[in-house]
Ligand binder design. Structure first.
Ligand code: GAR
Length: 186
């Protein structure tokens, strides 16, 4: 079995979709969900879906080996599904080309520090883009700059609000993220 750890900071709709997709999968299994926020909704979702879950402080993520040890004893790959913190060097070293992120825009556009969730969709709206999309990519030491594995696009019309854009992006994420993970890992 290939075991996955999902790291997430928010609502966890992607995490839930991935957990459901790999439920009873013959080769891939979600081993745990980890967050940097105790109150993140994703932890409730993991609880309801009977997946081991845990929150660690920002300090534990950035300065200690605790989180990496926890992950290494449980997971072969790390999936970032709306995770807010920058991935620290010790985690990158422990999981070379084994950390996969989803970004809600067409990288290299709208990537980098501060580009998370709604702030991405607002920036897409403000620049008058006619299309946006999702990017699934490996993580390296720079924000949003690792090798791109997959992109899918959706049109943006003048009357779309950032919320409309977010809804379209979520549909793309729900359709593609688990399948892309499956293709890359098998
Ligand atoms: C997703 O749209 C994901 O692409 C984005 O956060 C959202 C989390 O939603 N990730 C980033 O912005 C990473 N820079 P969810 O908690 O409902 O899955």
């Amino acid at each position: 079995m290939i075991k996955l750890a999902i790291l997430a900071s928010g609502t966890g709709s992607n995490a839930e979709n991935i957990i459901r997709y790999f439920d009873r999968h013959p080769k891939i299994q979600v081993a745990c969900v980890v967050s940097n926020l105790k109150e993140a909704k994703v932890l409730e979702k993991a609880e309801n879906l009977h997946i081991e879950h845990r929150a660690f402080s920002k300090q534990a993520f950035l300065e200690e080996n605790t989180v990496v040890k926890y992950l290494q004893s449980r997971a072969d790959f790390i999936i970032l599904a709306g995770f807010l913190l920058k991935i620290p060097g010790n985690m990158l070293a422990a999981y070379p080309n084994k950390i996969i992120n989803i970004h809600p825009a067409l990288l290299p556009k709208f990537g980098g520090k501060g580009m998370y969730g709604m702030s991405v969709h607002k920036a897409v709206k403000d620049t008058g883009e006619t299309e946006t999309g999702i990017t699934i990519h490996f993580i390296n030491e720079n924000y949003d700059e690792g090798a791109i594995l997959f992109q899918a696009k959706t049109a943006v019309s003048k009357k779309d609000s950032p919320e409309d854009i977010a809804a379209n992006i979520h549909k793309l994420e729900q359709t593609h993220f688990p399948e892309v993970i499956e293709k890359i890992l098998t």
